[in-house]
Design a protein around this ligand. Structure first.
Ligand code: KG4
Ligand code: ZN
Length: 337
């Protein structure tokens, strides 16, 4: 089955075709980062408009590559969570195409797209496993009992990890979005005179809180202003250490609690080099297996939506009669595949 997937929940327009028989992927990805940079964050109305402008030509390019739109068997799109206007662009495009071509269509949960992205690699995680989903909008530890059978073990009580990276980067004067830039700065040094807390690790539980780390960075910035390059790198280093260490502690705990042997890490922050390295080492010690998506499938993309959609569409799940999008949508409410 060839599924065309459309991702438009935030500031990336991702369109991809996934062939469930061959595993082949055709894709285009456009990032609006430049559009939003001068505002220091995503402007929802600009995001929707840019999706409208970019989606159709990108779709045209992919269709030209695969030969004909008639080769598509079904359509998938991100139904939520995300920015309502941005979601509506992808949803309307997918539903319109499906209706015009008389093909099935299905709305996909954005975080399920992230969660299943490691399955696009050759070495696939097998259920059950623990998933750590770390993106700009979410920080979730999930008990994945089966595909579609999700139980949230813990989530953030305030900022998501990516959001904390981005806000701290802004404090340090780094360009938007900031997460990758902060990570690069942190990796440029090997130590720091600062030590940040590991929030909520000294009590039981799997919840997170990252807003305090941002405040810790703010206090240093106020104390040392103006910061020179060395000092900024040391703040970035201490911040990244604290975040990764906190994630490591909670992942170990989640594995112990569930008794599972596999951990999947996905979402934009899953691209973080230090996170990959530290968790790789820790889980090797614990004899647990660690799975990441390929870097290109960590941040938002159309392939993960086409893939998650395909798994459900192959089981006959469709939602032709649905006409809404879901800016808020619980992973736990999904039907089992
Ligand atoms: O999953 P994603 O592309 O979009 C959402 O669904 O939110 O995640 C984007 C987030 C941003 O906050 C970005 O700064 C962060 O992921 N990010 C990183 C890195 N690459 C992307 N954070 C830390 N280190 C990175 N290498
Ligand atoms: Zn995402």
């Amino acid at each position: 089955m060839k599924v065309l997937g459309i991702e438009s929940s935030c500031d990336e327009t991702g369109i991809a075709v996934y062939d469930s028989t061959s595993g082949q992927i055709w894709q285009r990805l456009y990032s609006q980062i430049e559009k939003h940079r001068e505002y220091g964050g995503v402007v929802p109305e600009l995001a929707s408009r840019d999706h409208i402008v970019k989606a159709a030509p990108m779709l045209g390019e992919i269709i030209a590559e695969i030969g004909s739109i008639d080769a598509i068997d079904a359509f998938a799109y991100t139904r939520g969570p995300g920015l309502i206007g941005a979601l509506m662009v992808g949803a309307n495009l997918a539903r319109g195409l499906a209706w015009a071509l008389d093909k099935p269509v299905l709305g996909v949960h954005h975080m399920e797209g992230h969660l299943l992205a490691p399955m696009l690699a050759d070495e696939k995680p097998a259920v059950p496993f623990v998933a750590l989903l770390v993106s700009g909008g979410h920080t979730l530890l999930v008990d994945v009992r089966a595909i579609g059978d999700y139980r949230i073990l813990g989530e953030t009580l305030d900022d998501a990890v990516g959001e904390a990276f981005d806000k701290t980067a802004k404090l340090l004067g780094l360009p938007y979005p900031g997460g990758p830039e902060l990570a690069q700065l942190a990796d440029s040094v090997t130590q720091s005179r600062f030590e940040f807390p590991r929030p909520m690790t000294n009590r039981p539980g799997l919840e997170f809180s990252f807003s305090g780390l941002k405040t810790a960075a703010l206090n240093i910035v106020k104390q040392y202003e103006p910061l020179d390059d060395d000092l900024r790198a040391e703040v970035a280093f201490a911040f990244q250490r604290a975040v990764v260490d906190t994630l490591r502690i909670k992942c170990r705990r989640a594995l112990a609690e569930t008794g599972y042997q596999s951990l999947v890490i996905a979402g934009g922050v899953g691209a973080n080099r230090h996170l990959r390295q530290v968790l790789g080492e820790t889980l090797r010690e614990q004899c647990a297996r660690l799975y990441f998506p390929a870097l290109e499938y960590c941040t938002d993309n159309g392939a993960m939506i086409a893939f998650a959609g395909a798994l459900r569409l192959l089981q006959g799940q469709t939602d032709e009669t649905v006409s809404d999008v879901l800016p808020r949508w619980s992973l736990e409410s999904l039907p089992v595949v």
